[in-house]
Ligand binder design. Structure first.
Ligand code: HEC
Length: 129
């Protein structure tokens, strides 16, 4: 009986640890996705998804060293995101260290992961914009 209880507690603890780890891993990109699809997310009037549906065209943005959008060329993903927020969404730039920015970056990085799983690596170059 004692062995059973110990095993039971051990398994329960394991489940807890895994579910916490799972949630921590998945929450930021989920929150980022919600912001990405929300036209009012940054005080703007259109959503990121209206120009980048489902993050299309941003699959490689998590891995770059230089980013481009119609407002210019940027040395960090955070700056590129803020440029699209202010120029395209007509919203307010967010703090590069804010949780919102971390969530957006996490979402954009997750797009690259999806691409790897579901697409052939050398697919033809479509921009998708
Ligand atoms: C009005 C349309 C529009 C909206 C809205 C928009 N973007 Fe963009 N975005 C663009 C265009 C056009 C580019 C340039 C694409 C290119 O040159 O390949 C771009 C480029 C980018 C890039 C750089 C891509 C790269 O890898 O160099 C990022 C990151 C990005 N957008 C994120 C966002 C985010 C996040 C939002 C929402 C806050 C957003 N965009 C909203 C049109 C838009």
């Amino acid at each position: 009986m004692k062995v059973f209880m110990t095993t039971f507690i051990f398994i329960t603890a394991l489940c807890l640890i895994f579910s916490v780890a799972f949630a921590a891993k998945h929450l930021p990109e989920e929150r980022g996705k919600t912001l990405f699809n929300d036209p009012k997310a940054f005080g703007g009037s259109v959503s990121c998804a209206s120009c980048h549906p489902d993050g299309k065209g941003l699959e490689k943005s998590g891995m770059k060293k230089e980013w481009k959008n119609p407002a210019g060329t940027f040395k960090s993903l955070e700056e590129a995101i803020n440029a699209c927020i202010t120029m395209a969404n007509k919203g307010k730039a967010i703090d590069v260290k804010s949780q919102e920015m971390k969530d957006m970056v996490a979402y954009i990085k997750s797009l690259g992961m999806k691409g790897m799983k579901h697409e052939m690596p050398m697919k033809e170059k479509g921009t998708g914009y």
